[in-house]
Design a protein around this ligand. Structure first.
Ligand code: CA
Length: 507
């Protein structure tokens, strides 16, 4: 029998951990790859391509950020920015080619050090092994959609099934274990979808089968009115390869890893349409139109799976009494062109690739139905999560906590976003550039050829005509140039000559 003194001691011993568990929020950070705001119904409104009820519900139960911009619109660099809260030139991940220096400070390490149990599952894309995580299972490189391999501390492991569902399962298992052990958790659930080559889960093959999507008005953009750079791109729908288009199905880069049953379903999904396409001799324009329909349907099918699985994650939290004090963040590493300007891919400082989706809920502390139109960046993610967990934000982080603006407190906030792109020419022939974006305007400097673009985003949201040489915009231009100098100073940005010397590659 326990006497009172013993019971009292047990109670005293348990008290701090119970109190901590009650106060500290759990973090469920959901990150997909190349998911653009045009493909989220809450963002797209009347122009929506599809419904994303589960992503929208995060915004409804919390906040949607309408001007959230990445600092470098490409995969691995954006992930490094999220982990470190620092610009690319400070965390060392300038391009997809770099290997992430895992010895540096990251926000998961700080969560781990403060007693959280930490885990990451799915896409990592930073070459080095994850650091700061108690558990991790991540794809090697870009990862696969079907029967993906996972890197683990114990070696590689292949799981059979669809990657989005498998990564969700792993994240749920991790949260389940944390709940059983009464530990506060920080889990990063990171999907490969909807990254190229846009392979949907088998259950979504028939979705949109009989639908014809409206083409973007800029599908046949001739790039007049802008610098000499955009027309030199290699990211047009006409640049897509057979694997992107599943034409023929055997050319798809996932084909060899499919099981016989998966191959049969994949064939059934595409072969008939492929035969109809091959039987016609389409004009160049009609061929682009056909590619657009194939592309947009596969892309949205991948998004559908992401949204459905976010529904599964939310359901788990709700059914386990964790919804109230768990912060859910949904974002993706950058935006993506869905046929606008005739493009796929990202990289440019144009709004479509610059804008990252960001929705966040924390019912215990943040009011629902908020629309945040302040200029936020992916450097702010780490400081925000640390702040929410009561962990000190390291001074070396470039971003700042968004918590005050979410809780209605007055907060001095940036009115300019700084952007820099270093992977030039890269696979899509996009030049080095940097620039600033304010609430209404954008200035881009292509410093290798010393060309500039200035966009009036209120009048020209599709960024079709640069006003750089328009005399009416000279006051605006002067202000933007001043801001660019200030931003470069603020973040100690590298000299252009240094960048050109370090990253110019002979092709
Ligand atoms: Ca990406």
């Amino acid at each position: 029998m326990l006497n009172f003194n013993k019971l009292f001691l047990i109670f005293i011993f348990l008290l701090p951990s119970l109190a901590m568990a009650a106060e500290r929020p759990n973090i469920l950070f959901i990150f997909s790859d190349d998911h653009t705001t045009q493909a989220i119904s809450k963002y797209a409104g009347d122009k929506k391509l599809m419904e994303t009820p589960h992503i929208d519900s995060i915004a409804n139960e919390g906040a949607i950020f309408t001007k959230n911009f990445c600092v470098n619109a490409i995969c691995a660099p954006s992930r490094a920015v999220v982990l470190t809260g620092k610009h690319s030139h400070k965390n060392g991940q300038f391009t997809n080619g770099n290997t992430f220096d895992g010895s540096q400070m990251t926000f998961p390490k700080l969560f781990q050090a403060s007693g959280y149990t930490t885990g990451i599952f799915g896409k990592w894309h930073l070459k080095s092994s994850p650091t700061g995580f108690d558990e991790w299972m991540v794809y090697p490189g870009q990862g696969n959609y079907y029967n993906p391999d996972y890197r683990t501390p114990q070696g590689r492991k292949r799981l059979e099934g669809y990657s989005v569902e498998l990564t969700t399962d792993l994240s749920i298992d991790f949260m389940k274990k944390a709940k059983q052990e009464n530990k506060a958790f920080m889990v990063m659930c990171q999907y490969k979808a909807p990254h190229g080559h846009w392979n949907p889960g088998p259950k979504y093959y028939d979705l949109y089968k009989d639908k014809t999507f409206k083409e973007p008005s800029t599908l046949f953009d001739n790039f007049e009115g802008r610098s000499s750079n955009a027309p030199k791109h290699k990211m047009g729908l006409h640049h897509m390869n057979p694997s992107h288009l599943k034409l023929p199905v055997e050319s798809n880069k996932e084909w060899k890893r499919m099981t016989a049953v998966q191959k049969a379903a994949f064939k059934k999904a595409y072969v008939e349409e492929n035969q109809a396409y091959l039987s016609k001799k389409l004009s160049t324009e009609d061929d682009i139109r056909w590619r657009y329909q194939r592309y947009i349907k596969d892309y949205l099918r991948c998004v559908k799976s992401v949204d459905d699985n976010i529904g599964r994650l939310k359901k788990f939290l709700k059914e386990n009494g964790l919804a109230e004090n768990t912060i859910i963040v949904y974002s993706s590493d950058q935006g993506f062109f869905l046929g606008e300007h005739g493009w796929y891919d990202k990289r440019w400082m144009y709004d479509i690739s610059l804008r990252m989706p960001l929705v966040m809920q924390w019912p215990a502390k943040i009011k629902g139905n908020q629309t945040i139109s302040k200029i936020t960046q992916n450097t702010d993610f780490a400081p925000t999560l640390l702040d929410a967990a009561g962990i000190d934000i390291p001074k070396e982080m470039d971003g700042q906590s968004m918590l005050p603006i979410l809780t209605g407190k007055n907060q001095e906030w940036r009115d300019t976003a700084y952007y820099a792109y270093y992977e030039s020419p890269g696979p899509h022939n996009v030049p080095f550039h940097e620039g600033v974006r304010t609430d209404k305007y954008k200035l881009i400097h292509y410093y290798n050829s010393d060309e500039w673009e200035l966009f009036d985003l209120t009048k020209d949201p599709s960024e079709m005509k640069s006003q750089y040489n328009n005399p009416e915009y000279q006051t605006v231009l002067k202000d933007l140039k001043k801001r660019l100098v200030e931003q470069r100073e603020k973040y100690d940005a590298p000299e252009h000559d240094w960048v050109l010397k370090k990253f110019s590659k002979k092709k």
